[in-house]
Write a protein that binds this ligand. Structure first.
Ligand SMILES: *Cc1c(COP(=O)(O)O)cnc(C)c1O
Length: 352
């Protein structure tokens, strides 16, 4: 990021599935400008956890949620004039001030004011924002910053800059500008921005194939509940999609799709045990997954296997795991089930 850029860690979806409360404790040490969430409910949760910094709700808020948002001093993003009017009325009704950040659609298409029509909406927003509803920020979101071709991102950056220039500089107040997600930051797209909004990279997810690798943050592990010796021909799991080709040793793991291991991993990919790979066999059940340990005779009941992460000399990266499942690192992390205990470790000491 540029030297004047402050960080706005995105902690939506329970900090991408890893647990927002502990994530906040870590991020707070770097004195972030504030936090980004997706919904008002998530913002209220942050307030309940004692966050006093700005909390920016990045998705358009539902009308029903505006009241709580104003009451708890959340910062709302705005993508339509109606929504801004509602916010303004609520602020008047409560006689409370709040800040808004205006989202500009430069190609993402899902939310934001159209960058081509800034001359129309700019003055109307300026007229609707007052001392009570303060127009504090302006932002856009990249759709392809993870891809090596920086053309689309550069185009979005230019559209955003054009938008900033087309806006009436209402009362001369400087607005906070922000564009970059993790990939945008790593590509050093806009070093002039006031804020940057990293998510996935903070949680150990790669932000793009050609971008610097994050540190490993998340590992997913399970215990072997049972080891069985089975004769050739033994079938396995729902649909009996796997059949032992020889006398085999199977290990039954206490983890399944109910914990966020995608069903698509049935008969796909491997886990790591004692630094060696053991293939996943049969369909994934809700609570159990079976791996073939025929070639690992020393492995027994009670051992811990690694589905995502490093063990000994072997590793399954979050991205490899996601690829086997036909999805991306974001969906894997946010899909980790509540049944999986989150065990936090720092300085080598694990804590529940
Ligand atoms: C989720 C989100 C981010 C964070 O994106 P990452 O790719 O996880 O870094 C930033 N900005 C907005 C608007 C988002 O919705």
């Amino acid at each position: 990021m540029g030297s004047g850029t402050r960080i706005l860690p995105v902690v939506k979806a329970d900090a991408y599935g890893i647990g927002v409360e502990r994530a906040l404790a870590v991020f707070d040490r770097v004195d972030p400008w504030g936090y980004g969430v997706a919904t008002v409910a998530e913002g209220l949760e942050l307030r309940r956890l004692g966050v006093t910094r700005p909390v920016l709700v990045l998705m358009p808020a539902e009308s029903e949620a505006v009241r709580d948002a104003v009451e708890r001093g959340l910062t709302l993003s705005v993508s339509s004039l109606d929504a801004l009017e509602e916010i303004s009325q609520e602020a008047d009704a409560q006689d409370r001030g709040l800040a808004v950040h205006v989202e500009v659609d430069t190609g993402m298409g899902r939310a934001g004011f159209d960058w081509r029509r800034a001359a129309e909406w700019g003055p109307r927003i300026a007229a609707l924002t007052t001392r009570r509803v303060r127009w504090e920020g302006l932002y856009t979101h990249f759709h392809s910053a993870d891809e090596a071709d920086s053309g689309p991102t550069e185009l979005q950056r230019r559209r955003f800059r054009d938008t900033v220039e087309a806006l009436p500089d209402a009362d001369g107040t400087e607005r906070l500008l922000h564009l970059s997600n993790s990939a945008g930051i790593l590509r050093r797209v806009d070093l002039e921005a006031d804020l940057a909004r990293p998510g996935i990279f903070l949680y150990g997810g790669s932000a793009g194939r050609d971008l610097p690798e994050p540190e490993e943050v998340v590992a997913v592990r399970a215990r072997i509940l049972l080891v069985r010796e089975v004769p050739a021909g033994t079938t396995l799991g729902y649909g009996a999609t796997y059949r032992a080709a020889r006398a085999e040793r199977w290990a039954t793991l206490g983890i399944g799709y109910g914990d966020g291991v995608p069903r698509a991993l049935g008969n796909q990919g491997s886990v790591v045990v004692r630094g060696r790979m053991a293939p996943i066999i049969g369909r994934i059940s809700m609570d159990l997954t079976v791996v073939d340990i025929t070639d690992l005779p020393e492995v027994g009941r009670g051992e811990v296997v690694t589905l995502i992460g490093t063990d000994g000399g072997a590793r399954v990266s979050l991205e490899e795991f996601a690829e086997h499942a036909g999805t991306n690192n974001y969906e894997i992390l946010t899909g980790l089930g509540t049944r999986l205990p989150r065990i936090w470790s720092s300085d080598g000491h694990s804590q529940e």
